[in-house]
Design a protein around this ligand. Sequence first.
Ligand code: NDP
Length: 328
Amino acid sequence: TRTPVNVTVTGAAGQIGYALLFRIASGHLLGPDVPVNLRLLEIPQGVKAAEGTAMELDDCAFPLLRGIEITDDPNVAFAGANVALLVGARPRTKGMERGDLLAANGGIFKPQGKAINDNAADDIKVLVVGNPANTNALIAQAAAPDVPAERFTAMTRLDHNRAISQLAAKTGAAVSDIKKLTIWGNHSATQYPDIFHAEIAGKNAAEVVNDEAWLADTFIPTVAKRGAAIIEARGASSAASAANAAIDHVHTWVNGTAAGDWTSMGIPSDGSYGVPEGIISSFPVTTKDGTYEIVQGLDINEFSRARIDASVKELTEERDAVRELGLI
Ligand code: NDP
């Protein structure tokens, strides 16, 4: 029998945590034959609610769930962690400036990065979901000098999945026929969903759509503002779809992309495609055996270049701001 994998989830008592934990425990994160130990990190006020969720997890009698530990101490939560899903974050509240938001999240992600550095397993893989996800991932990564930088990633898979779904709706194609879509840049309103290299049942997606006005005025803003549209409709922010994307991100990272396809992940830039080295930006990547590689050699047209550059500029500004605050 396999040794259980230790999966740490922060913000476990939140909305996304509630949608996420049951799927991890039922085997959707790592596979149907991989047992897991869950470590739930919460702030002290969240511990009781996390205990309630743990009672429900017990009541599911999941065959793969070997243990649940709940704590408000990051050093305990990340001890021996193989996978860490950093979901808990400080949301932007009314009137909050970007600097305040970054500082508040620095207070969360810097100590968590250090705790990962000091306590996690050698093969630790980190996914940051809590916003601003890319820059929170950068803060955590900078606080973990002993962990290879590429183990710190940020989630743009929800944007990726949203873009595939919008493209399927526009063209009448099946979701499963759409490949090689890319999200570039920041998980924010400046993100750029790129269909110029995407394929629909083997045909170039941009040629199938053949409507640049739709791309610029409908597709890109619909994907970028989807979160706000869901809040407007549901009266609460997206949670199940965000949890689903977190599952997809880690599952793909661990188990690999299919031949002839790729995915989107926020990862430390190696300078590819003119994205400054070190910032955590979304790229097209293939994955295999728990590692990923940026898809190289794509032709970037003017339409794409301008949009990638705008999102990357926002990321460099966030990096400069957290540098100024002494967070990296
Ligand atoms: P959610 O579970 O709804 O969201 C958690 C984080 O995920 C937020 O930063 C949110 O960003 C982000 N997020 C990323 N993508 C999405 C998406 N598509 N849709 C919605 N959210 C997205 O928040 P809750 O307030 O329900 O729960 C947060 C929990 O975290 C609380 O239980 C709190 O106690 C805990 N917490 C734990 C910490 C810790 O473990 N040290 C630290 C801070 C908080 P956005 O705000 O932009 O929507």
